[in-house]
Design a binder for this molecule. Sequence first.
Ligand code: MG
Length: 268
Amino acid sequence: MLADKKYFLFDIDGTLGVDDTLYEGSAELISYIETIGGRAFYITNNSVKSRKDYVKKFERWGIKTEESQFMTASYAACRYLEKHYRGKKLFVLGTPSFAEEVRSFGLTVTEKAEDGVECVVVGFDRTLSYEKVEAACELLFCSEVDFIATNPDLRCPTAFGFVPDCGGICAMLAAAVGRTPRYIGKPDAKIVSLCTKQVCAESGEVLVVGDRLYTDIACGINAGVETALVYTGEAKPEDLEASEFCPDHTFDDINELYQEFRKSRGEA
Ligand SMILES: [Mg+2]
C-alpha cells in the first residue's frame, strides 16, 4: 500500500527530471518524504556521473543530499571490481569521471589495448571515440579478457528523444566481437539492498520508482518490494501488456505520485 511507504528509491533520468530540468513535483515529494521521517535514495544506471557529481547536480536543483543517498551503477560496478580485480589491470571504456571513480577504489586503469589487461569495463560513455571502440574490440577478441558493464539500458532520454546508453554501446561491441557483458547495475537487486540496509527498512516500507520496465521495475521485483512506474521517460501505457515486469502502481508523472501519496496519508 502506498500509505505505508517511507523509503523511496528513485530512478533519476526520465523519472525526477531530464538533463538539467527537474520535473514538477520532484522536489516537493522529496521534501515531503523527509517531513514524514522517511528517506529518499537515488538508484541510477547512469554511469557518466559519480556520486559527488550527483550531490552537486541536486544542489543546483535546490535539493540537499548526501553521497550515501546515491547508488549509481558505476558505484555498484566499482564495488564489484574492487572485490574481483584488486591488483589487476582494467581497460575502462567510459567518461574520465567514471575512470576516476574506478581508480578511487584503488584499481589500475588503462585506456589502451595493452598487455596484462584482465577486464574490459564499459560505462555510458559520452566521450566515446572510435579509437576506444577499436581498442575494446581488440581486447575482447582474447577470450581470457573478461567483459563487465555498468548497466544494460539501451538508450538514455534527452530533451529531444534518446541517445545510446551503456547497453546500446555494448550492443555495438557485441555485434562486432560476438560477446555480451555481465551487467552490474539495475535490474540487479543489490543496488536496492545497498540503500535499504542503511535505514534497516522493512520491505513493505520501500517503493522503487522509475520510468523503465526492464531495469527499474524489474529491479524492484527482483528485490521483493513494491514498484511505481511513471510515464515521463521510456515506458508508455501500451508497453505494459507485452511486459513481464508489472508495476504495482502507475502514474502520469512524479507530481501525480506526490499527490496520490499525500492523499493516501489523509492529506489533501
Ligand atoms: Mg530512467
